[in-house]
Design a protein around this ligand. Structure first.
Ligand SMILES: [Zn+2]
Length: 426
């Protein structure tokens, strides 16, 4: 089996792994300005694409593969909710591209992607058509990261070899999602594992929630606004559920609302569809006309984008940046090179080309949807105990260290690949 890494090596973003020159595992973009895309874009013509989940760094470039035309366009395999989300986010990428001056694909490519999509449910072994005359089979397993997120098992019959790709994975509990169950994962010869939180543990979730809520309550009591930047997919819904459970009524702005409506149509991918619905029934929705009102009183505002790369959060930041009573409560990991990382490290952000110093409070909370350090290590150990012979560490800023840990402590054959590298595993 040949494995070529086209992105997400020693970085977070633009996941793209090409198997045997014809099967792509994910095809994402890195959400910087302008977005970075996988190596060799425009020269890759896979027969099949398997999408682990809908976040842009895994799915964002899939529509661009459709432009080769109806006969050449690859089959796309993903869960039904990932399919719906990928279309929604693809349309948003077209819109953002119009503002920022980039074009990766058009509306017709999104329709073509839909026409070529095979909806896959968890736990079913299915043949990959098109690419293989039945030589490959595929199984998706719940990855516990966002609704519809999957870890990917791929087996090549003729070489009797299999791989397991975690995508983004979470084993710990959340309000929105059932967590992944590694007990149910099939054994595989090759493991490709995400590394986002290598060397960092997550805090206890209950304590973290309490601290977050206390900070918001304090902000509201002092007359300030609490701005909570969140990813539209997953994080917004999780945070609205948390706020609701503590009796706080947030304003919700940005695409997180459309994503909530889409989640509602796929209740089987949610842990508790009713709890999600109840939380959103109480929330107040904001559009561009009501933003002033949302800020006119002490309030908590959940809004996109999670890493401050665009969206309504920039409006709010511009309005509250000089108010020391107000706060920005970041809710997750801030990728290198993003506006959010700049806020954490330098105390300023860029809005419409202008650098703004933020005197409001800035706090960071780890509501991560990724496995922490010990969970990642346990997953590697578990796979190796079950016969895995090669482990590739991807999707992280410390993949070299993770691979070294696996080699030095356990003697595993572990590799931190570089973008563009190809490996042949027999
Ligand atoms: Zn993700």
């Amino acid at each position: 089996m040949k494995i070529k890494f086209l992105g997400s090596c020693n970085e977070v973003g633009r996941s793209a792994i090409l198997v045997d020159g014809k099967i792509l595992l994910d095809y994402g973009l890195r959400p910087s300005d302008p977005p970075e895309i996988p190596l060799g874009s425009g020269t890759i013509f896979p027969k099949s694409v398997i999408v682990s989940h809908a976040h842009l760094d895994h799915s964002g470039m899939v529509p661009s593969l459709m432009s080769a035309g109806r006969d050449m366009a690859p089959d796309v395999y993903m869960t039904p909710i990932t399919s719906a989300l990928t279309q929604l986010l693809g349309r948003d990428t077209i819109k953002v591209g119009k503002d920022q001056g980039f074009v990766f694909f058009g509306e017709e490519d999104i329709r073509e992607m839909d026409a070529h999509t095979h909806a896959v449910t968890y736990g079913n072994r299915i043949p990959l058509d098109g690419s293989s005359n039945g030589d490959y089979e595929l199984e998706l397993c719940n990855a516990g990261h966002i609704p519809g997120s999957s870890a990917v098992y791929l087996r090549k019959e003729s070489e009797n070899i299999s791989l397991f790709y975690t995508g983004d994975i979470k084993m710990d509990v959340s309000r929105l999602m059932e967590s992944a169950s590694p007990d149910e994962f099939p054994a595989a010869d090759i493991l490709l594992i995400e590394s986002t939180y290598y060397d960092r543990e997550h805090r206890n979730r209950k304590e973290l929630e309490r601290e977050f809520i206390d900070s918001i309550t304090e902000t509201l009591d002092s007359g300030g606004n609490a701005i909570v930047p969140c990813f539209a997919v997953g994080r917004t819904q999780e945070l609205v559920m948390i706020l609701h459970s503590y009796g706080l009524v947030p304003y919700v702005d940005g695409m997180g609302l459309s994503v909530f409506r889409l989640f509602k149509n796929h209740p089987s991918f949610l842990k508790d569809a009713k709890a999600l619905n109840d939380a959103f029934s109480d929330a107040q929705f904001v559009n561009s006309k009501r933003r002033k009102k949302a800020l006119s009183e002490p309030s908590v505002i959940v809004t996109t984008a999670g890493m401050l790369s665009g969206g309504p959060v920039l409006y709010y930041l511009k309005k509250i940046h000089e108010d020391p009573r107000s706060k920005v409560l970041l809710t997750g990991y801030q990728i290198e090179g993003t506006n959010g990382r700049r806020l954490v490290e330098e105390g300023c952000v860029e809005t419409n080309g202008e650098i703004v110093k933020v005197n409001a409070g800035v706090e960071q909370y780890d509501f991560s949807a990724h496995a922490g350090d010990s969970e990642l290590k346990e997953l590697v150990s578990r796979f190796c105990r079950n016969g895995t012979e090669v482990v590739f560490m991807v999707h992280g800023e410390h993949t070299e260290e993770f691979a070294a840990w696996a080699r030095e402590n356990h003697g595993y054959n572990a590799i931190a690949p570089k973008n563009g590298e190809e490996f042949v595993i027999e």
